[in-house]
Design a protein. Structure first.
Length: 221
């Protein structure tokens, strides 16, 4: 196999790639924020001790964590339009799917983070007259977020890598941008190799950031 990277005119190639990169970043950020919010609610439901809250949350988390992401993407893209009676674009479907799916994983991270806060902190909150909601909001959750920040960021890196799966529904992400560039220059092998390098550089850089953050948090503790 002869590889030829001389075709790479970055002024032209970048026009295909930047659009996909922007979408991948937007999808990662919005799914992370939405997943953390929904995941925190699910974690609080599972820790509430009330069966009416624990069982639905546990079912949600265990079900989604047992299903491949690409299947969930296809379900939302194909089934929801049938239920609501109108088509849903690939981008919107991706945003909803990733938020719903990642919430199951962020839920377990947040649950572990909440449980890592000493019970004495909760008792102290009750002792000064705080309600359960106030204790969680003002005492427990801030500490849980700090404890779990490296893990949350690591999951976000995985989420960014998983955004490449939206190819299954035709959304224009970073990988799609490289694919289009490869087809236009008739060099698919080279563009996929460059795509692998770009993904590696982005994810490796973020991983180094997570390691530095982890060390700082360890010092604070």
């Amino acid at each position: 196999m002869n590889l030829d990277f001389a075709f790479l005119n970055w002024g032209v190639v970048s026009s295909f790639i930047v659009k996909g990169l922007i979408f991948s970043i937007e999808l990662t950020m919005l799914a992370t924020l939405g997943g953390i919010v929904l995941g925190t609610l699910l974690a609080l439901m599972r820790l509430s001790g009330k069966k009416l809250l624990v069982w639905p949350a546990a079912f949600y988390v265990n079900t989604l964590r047992s299903i491949p992401l690409v299947m969930v993407i296809l379900w939302f893209f194909l089934l929801i339009p049938m239920l609501v009676g109108k088509p849903m674009g690939a981008e919107m479907s991706a945003f909803i799917t990733f938020t719903v799916f990642e919430a199951a994983y962020f839920s377990e991270i947040m649950r572990a983070g909440i449980q890592s806060v000493p019970r004495g902190q909760v008792s102290a909150g009750y002792a000064v007259g705080m309600t359960y909601a106030q204790t969680m909001q003002l005492v427990v959750l801030p500490q849980a977020f700090r404890n779990m920040l490296p893990v949350l960021m690591a999951q976000t890196i995985i989420l960014f890598q998983d955004t490449s799966l939206v190819y299954a529904i035709g959304a224009y992400d970073l990988l799609k941008g490289f694919e289009v560039a490869g087809k236009n220059f008739n060099r698919p092998v080279e563009t996929y190799l460059v795509a692998a390098v770009v993904y590696f550089v982005i994810c490796f850089s973020l991983s180094m950031l997570v390691r530095r953050l982890q060390k700082k948090i360890a010092i604070i503790r």
